[in-house]
Design a protein around this ligand. Structure first.
Ligand SMILES: Cc1cc2nc3c(=O)[nH]c(=O)nc-3n(C[C@H](O)[C@H](O)[C@H](O)COP(=O)(O)O)c2cc1C
Length: 148
């Protein structure tokens, strides 16, 4: 299993870190991935410019298209607005529907106000409601893993 993310401003990284802790895997930056390993790839991507997934993510999906066709994928997006456009866009780039999908809200406007003692000081920037969304997603991934 792999957890791959791209993050320009750090919000997607924060979610990837918390998710990684929950499913016990170290997140890897998308541009550092040399090959696809394992039977499940979790992809975290920010949404930019009229509800589009980042160009890095599109390039990653195109580059590893054949490898991804041989395993399963789960996806999460991080954005200001919840929108179906980005998931439809990613769906077109994957040869199958993801085993799990989640849309998380950016932390950019609120991170200073959030208090998260869930994992100690390292995760201070994520709040309880965000944590609960990540936990639900992590549970779905664990369920999917059992069926693989
Ligand atoms: C230039 C720019 C364009 C953005 N466009 C959108 C958008 O079209 N829809 C949306 O929901 N969020 C949009 N956002 C918000 C980002 O999705 C949000 O800040 C996200 O957390 C960025 O992830 P990152 O911190 O991992 O880079 C935009 C942000 C920036 C800076």
């Amino acid at each position: 299993m792999m957890l791959v993310y791209v993050s320009r401003k750090g919000n997607t990284k924060k979610y990837a870190d918390v998710l990684g802790k929950l499913i016990e895997i170290v997140p890897v930056k998308m541009n550092e991935v040399r090959d696809i390993e394992g039977d499940l790839v979790i992809i975290g991507t920010p949404v930019y410019n009229h509800h589009r997934v980042s160009s890095e993510t599109k390039e990653f999906l195109a580059k590893f298209k054949n490898k991804l066709a041989k395993c399963k994928a789960a996806l999460f997006t991080v954005s200001s607005h919840k929108n179906e456009k980005e998931i439809k866009e990613i769906m077109k780039l994957l040869p199958y529907p993801p085993v799990a999908y989640a849309s998380f809200k950016t932390l950019e406007h609120r991170h200073k106000k959030l208090v998260g003692d869930l994992f100690g000081t390292k995760y201070r920037n994520i709040g309880k409601s965000e944590f609960s969304c990540v936990k639900t997603f992590a549970d779905k991934i664990n369920e999917a893993r059992e069926k693989l």
